[in-house]
Write a protein that binds this ligand. Structure first.
Ligand code: ZN
Length: 225
């Protein structure tokens, strides 16, 4: 019998990321090094490197002498992430409209087509990856490393926030609104593209239950005494 193939750091990061996004790994869960090493047939050193990358993306908290845990973003952080996304993505869309090429439009349309396919077949992992990927692709096409890395961080945090606070089972970041944004970008219509993006992000945020109830429950004693 052949040895099971060991995974790379990137594969471990990807798998943990997806499990969080699919809500199979819940916030607060401890990610035990030894167990993860056994699951992926890798050394604990490699697991530590993966956990460090996940911590950088804001998905995992590492507490010295206690271990690594899936982050639980607060309602306040969730609101902040969407506030920053509105600002950054407005800038992304404006910059892209000013210099969009035919090849860019083709990549965007191909991406939306893949999203439609994933939605039609109801493949959750693909739906999550592709819907975040659309926003990342817009940033990539602008050609600014800084905007791209900023968006990468924001999308990772948004996925965790969506996993924790989503109030329905569907993902609101649908291909129809993305397709409308691509139409406006391809026409170089910056005003419309910015407007559509703002509405789109409002819809995504509205699909979350960001009432403060969950946070207040932790503070019951403080609230009652
Ligand atoms: Zn979207």
């Amino acid at each position: 019998m052949s040895e099971p193939a060991s995974s790379s750091v990137e594969q471990i990061v990807e798998k943990v990321w997806l499990s969080i996004a699919e809500r199979r790994l819940r916030p607060g869960v401890q990610l035990k090094e030894e167990q993860i090493a056994a699951i992926f047939h890798v050394s604990r050193a490699r697991v530590r490197r993966a956990l460090t990358l996940l911590e950088r993306d804001g998905l995992v908290t590492i507490i010295p002498n206690r271990g690594a845990f899936v982050c639980k973003p607060s309602v306040e952080e969730a609101r902040d992430v969407f506030f920053v996304r509105r600002t950054v993505e407005r800038c992304v869309v404006e910059r892209l409209c000013a210099a969009v090429s035919k090849a860019d439009v083709k990549r965007l349309r191909d991406h939306v087509a893949r999203e439609r396919e994933a939605n039609a077949q109801d493949v959750t992992t693909d739906i999550i990856k592709l819907s975040g990927g659309f926003h990342l692709l817009l940033a990539e096409l602008v050609g600014s490393d800084f905007l791209f890395t900023t968006m990468r961080d924001l999308i990772a945090r948004s996925s965790l926030i969506t996993a924790v606070y989503r109030n329905n089972t569907r993902f609101n970041c649908g291909p129809d609104e993305h397709a409308e944004i691509v139409d406006a970008v391809s026409a170089g219509d910056s005003t419309r593209a910015v407007q559509l993006m703002a509405h789109h992000l409002e819809h995504v945020e509205a699909a979350l239950d960001l009432s403060d109830i969950r946070d207040l429950s932790h503070d019951l004693r403080a609230a009652l005494t």
